[in-house]
Design a protein around this ligand. Structure first.
Ligand SMILES: Cc1cc2nc3c(=O)[nH]c(=O)nc-3n(C[C@H](O)[C@H](O)[C@H](O)COP(=O)(O)OP(=O)(O)OC[C@H]3O[C@@H](n4cnc5c(N)ncnc54)[C@H](O)[C@@H]3O)c2cc1C
Length: 399
């Protein structure tokens, strides 16, 4: 744990630090800079700006006592009383880890509107969760990473969980590093596997070097041990219902925002990262994926229309995205989204490892490719060696 301190003798209240602080964390009071730890992110900008060497980060030399840290927290995606389905995949993994480490799992939800406490208890009990921490405040309906990170960091410092898990979604990816910086702990982003070692440490496993190897990362000297996890790499699993009740703590937070009201007014509209008509890939049951074999933007649009008619979500390989035919939010693979649909159909996809990483857990894989030697055929359940446009024409005439 670290603190940022202003040396009162060196500070002359010049205000240079205040000008460079993007988090409104500094005030000049009685001609001295005063840093609000609640808002400070330890970004160092004020330290660099201070000509008088008056601001310093002080690392606490108190050795962390690992026995103080207990429990596994899962930060659930929860907006407008809506729970994101992929959160339950993470909860199921956390329950599995808890069986190895002996820690209890707490689902942590932050939001404005609540789904109703009894309903929440029922939903989470089905997945084996015994503890829910619900942090509410009217202003929390809109996701502001700066505010959410302050709230979660404060709760972590008070409750001292041993492990904290986030989803590797836009939500988790923007939140987890901010929390890690605030509480000065490690974070492994985008894990594809988690395990517990014999000492109870979290083994954070993720692909590295362009997916060529899997790295196992542990952070045994800092707590909590934190990771964000790719959606759809774990399976959600219901647990046998136990008689013991579920413990739900509702906490109301201060109605305070790091972002000024003026800045908030600049947010004109909140829009989804998909086009609205599109079924989100992380929950889609059927996915039609266009590869470079579609040949052009028109070819991609043709597959997209065919997907729409069949109630499928459209996706693409990175090659298609790089050509500007599809959007980044439609990309499946190592640098895109991981999917787990009931049915995946690849239209002119070769099956590069970077793509396969993101779709290999699909229940049934159909590949249409005119090259008999295409790698995707090695993992496909059904292989169609043909021109994709002929196949679409034939299927259309049979609908
Ligand atoms: C670090 C890194 C990260 C990456 N991340 C990703 C990622 O997240 N997602 C991803 O997808 N890729 C990713 N890639 C790129 C990846 O390596 C491949 O280049 C890419 O997946 C290939 O896309 P493709 O299958 O559409 O194209 P190609 O490999 O060019 O394959 C096109 C296929 O279409 C077939 N074909 C052509 N015309 C027709 C037709 N008319 N009918 C039927 N079949 C036809 C061809 O036989 C061929 O097999 C990454 C690469 C790197 C280096």
């Amino acid at each position: 744990m670290s603190l940022i301190k202003v040396n009162q003798e060196k500070c002359n209240g010049c205000g240079k630090c205040l000008k460079v602080c993007n988090y409104n964390a500094i005030k000049i009071e009685d001609k001295k800079a005063n840093i609000d730890l609640y808002s400070c992110t330890f970004c160092n900008a004020c330290i660099d700006a201070c000509k008088f060497d008056a601001i310093k980060i002080i690392q606490s030399d108190r050795k962390i006592d690992s026995t103080e840290y207990k429990g596994i927290w899962v930060i659930v995606e929860y907006f407008n009383a809506e729970l994101k389905n992929t959160s339950f995949q993470l909860i199921s993994k956390a329950i599995e880890l808890s069986k190895a480490s002996g820690d209890e799992v707490t689902a942590v939800l932050i939001g404005g509107k609540t789904a109703g406490n009894e309903k929440l208890k029922r939903i989470f009990a089905e997945y084996g969760v015994k503890k829910i921490k619900l942090i509410v405040n009217d202003k929390l309906d809109r996701y502001i990473p700066e505010d959410f990170s302050v709230i979660i960091s404060t709760e972590i410092l008070v409750d001292k969980p041993k492990i904290v898990l986030f989803l590797g979604t836009i939500f988790g990816r923007s939140l987890a590093p901010r929390v890690a910086t605030r509480i000065r702990t490690g974070l492994t982003a985008d894990c594809t596997e988690l395990q517990i070692d014999k000492d109870g440490n979290l083994l954070q496993i993720r692909p590295t070097y362009g997916g060529k190897i899997l790295a196992t990362i542990i952070s045994p000297y800092n707590y909590p041990q934190m990771a964000s996890v790719r959606p759809n790499v774990f399976i959600k699993k219901k647990e046998p219902l136990k008689d013991a009740g579920i413990d739900l703590t509702v906490k109301k937070t201060e109605a305070r925002s790091v972002i000024s009201a003026k800045e908030l007014k600049k947010i004109l509209k909140v829009i989804s990262n998909t086009d609205g008509a599109q079924i989100p890939l992380d929950v889609a049951k059927i996915i039609f994926c266009a590869g470079l074999g579609v040949g052009s933007k028109e070819g991609f649009e043709l597959v997209k229309d065919f997907a729409r008619v069949n109630g499928a979500a459209i996706a693409a390989t990175r090659a298609v995205v790089d050509n500007g035919w599809a959007s980044v939010s439609e990309q499946i693979g190592q640098t895109g989204i991981t999917v787990r649909p009931e049915l995946y159909i690849g239209f002119g996809v070769s099956g590069a490892i970077h793509h396969i990483i993101g779709m290999r857990n699909s229940r049934k894989i159909v590949a249409i490719n005119k090259d008999l030697r295409a790698t995707i055929f090695k993992i496909a359940d059904y292989c169609i060696v043909a021109d994709l446009f002929d196949v679409i024409d034939k299927l259309k005439s049979n609908i």
